[in-house]
Design a protein around this ligand. Sequence first.
Ligand SMILES: Cc1ncc(COP(=O)(O)O)c(C=O)c1O
Length: 322
Amino acid sequence: MKKLIEQVLDEEKPPGMTPLFRAVNTEFALKLKNVFFKYEGVGPTGTQKDRISRLHVTLAKSRGYDTISVATCGNYGASVSYYASMSRMKSVVAIPSFYAGTRNAEIYENGSDIIVKNMKYEDLVDYMKGKSEAENWYNCSPSSDNSWVDIVGYRQIAYEIVQQLGHAPGYVAIPAGNGTTLAGVYSGFRKLYLAGETDSMPRFIGSSTSLGNPIVFSWKHGYRQIQILDSARIIETGINEPLVSFKAFDGQRALNAIYQSKGAAIAVDDQEMSKYARIIENTQGIKVLPASASALAAAHKYLRNRIYGKELVVVLTGRGHT
Ligand SMILES: Cc1ncc(COP(=O)(O)O)c(C=O)c1O
């Protein structure tokens, strides 16, 4: 099956590539230098999730499933439902009831069944695991048997950056919720480095919400082992939904990547996320999700008083909604 996924990825090159461009006006506004944006908002549903949803749907079909299922804060569900509808597959999308539901209409229009449950996201992931097994659905939620596909899919971001830049950058900043995207991109750079395709590894800057995320919490307190937070103390908002969690399903991998690359994990609050999204819009003319602008906020906090030579690549994981 890994062969099939590699084949899909091969066919996607170069049209599947997302743009990488130098953000000169942002550099000027923030007094940073060598800033590049890797803009993941250009896919059909506007987030990096499009990379992995497409692969999951392909794999699910090839294995003979008629239904794909996912637990989501919204963005991943919109993406899975889009690719499922393109492949004429049924999809079931589960969303916590107290989430903003900004993408529910789109998911519904794609023909998905929506399950709304009064549960935390992490509990809903566990619920969907059981439900999918019982119903014989292909489950593409994090921590499922199929989640190796996520790492393979996100490695592609690293391959593209190296292809577009010509070498590995000095820093890569990525928003982290479960930490899957960050772990996958790190894995991509590591593969290239071990294969002798690049001569250095970037440092990873993970950004997340100040209102509850195990990756930034664990790094801040110096834990090598990813911590589980008190679920009663995390605060979900319409802005931090993609990033907030008490249990990060790929948190250990993301934390390892941050330590191994001698990077940092930095908490950003909602106001800062919105502020940096505005800065990106005003300086580069693109509207990004505030949660994805957290990567620029974190990189700015981390690098503003440092002297650095090689490029900073900020992965902007999603376009903003109008
Ligand atoms: C736009 C956006 N950025 C970042 C993330 C976080 O990604 P991950 O859970 O892989 O860390 C998400 C997850 O839903 C997202 O939707």
